[in-house]
Design a protein around this ligand. Structure first.
Ligand SMILES: CC(C)(COP(=O)(O)OP(=O)(O)OC[C@H]1O[C@@H](n2cnc3c(N)ncnc32)[C@H](O)[C@@H]1OP(=O)(O)O)[C@@H](O)C(=O)NCCC(=O)NCCS
Length: 225
């Protein structure tokens, strides 16, 4: 294991115009979709997000209605990416990304306020891997595929945000290990000055509340957009 950030994946390898493509990794089938193609997997994506984000630190009480509205942003953007991993017929993991300029206003706002060039920045929506499939390389693969997509679009800064809950939150599980080290090994660093708020309903609650999200970024070409 090394702390050296990996090279961005070859931008040309996995993507071509036209229909969804598939590849195989570790016996799983990876389906790669863009823009309107994502609609056909909307329910699979929604269910994976609801399943995985129910856990700490997200505590997300998802609904298919909310998910359909949320995922519309990706369906409506021709340059978006969704990758879904299937074990046989079952969706077991997924990831999404799109140009930051096409992301929700809450995600654009901190970059706009900081005077950053949104057109050069690619936004990662999420990676969700079912517990039974973790630790076999899908999370790393998802970073490679999204970075390759960003490069193919000429966007050399990648960004995603992470929810930050109070350290003494009563629902924090004992022994919880955050993703910070995993993200650091992928070459990303936390940017405390790039923070936003986004609402969702926590499990066990009756009303959505705004959560604080802090961005992590990586420059793929050594230049900050
Ligand atoms: C974060 C998350 C996406 C990571 O997915 P994952 O598939 O477990 O990640 P990987 O298996 O690629 O990588 C995890 C570690 O296993 C290692 N690994 C990679 N291939 C491996 C293999 N074949 N066997 C064992 N370990 C392996 C990776 O190198 C990595 O370790 P490192 O950071 O020390 O390099 C997953 O834990 C998850 O869905 N968490 C809940 C949702 C979440 O927090 N998402 C992120 C924010 S949206």
């Amino acid at each position: 294991m090394t702390n050296t950030p990996p090279e961005p994946a070859d931008a040309g390898s996995a993507f071509a115009a036209g229909a969804a493509e598939t590849a195989r990794t570790d016996g799983l089938r990876l389906e790669i979709l863009h823009g309107a193609q994502i609609e056909r997997r909307l329910d699979a994506l929604a269910r994976l997000r609801i399943d995985v984000f129910r856990d700490w630190p997200y505590l997300y009480q998802g609904s298919l209605d909310y998910e359909r509205r949320y995922l519309r942003t990706y369906i409506d953007c021709a340059d978006s990416l969704a990758v879904i991993a299937f074990a046989g017929p079952l969706p077991v993991a997924a990831t999404t990304s799109l140009p930051l300029a096409a992301a929700e206003a809450e995600m654009r706002a901190p970059f706009e306020q900081a005077g950053r060039n949104l057109n050069s920045i690619h936004y990662f929506g999420e990676s969700v891997v079912l517990r039974s499939q973790r630790g076999h390389g899908l999370g790393v693969k998802f970073f490679q595929l999204r970075e390759a997509h960003a490069c193919a679009l000429g966007q050399h800064t990648c960004a995603f945000c992470s929810v930050e809950r109070p350290a003494d939150h009563p629902r924090k599980p004992a022994g919880y290990v955050p993703n910070d080290a995993f993200w650091g090994r992928r070459g990303y660093s936390r940017q405390p000055e790039l923070a936003t708020h986004f609402p969702w309903l926590d499990t066990g609650e009756t009303r959505p509340t705004h959560k604080r999200l802090v961005f992590w970024t990586r420059s793929l070409d050594g230049v900050d957009a």
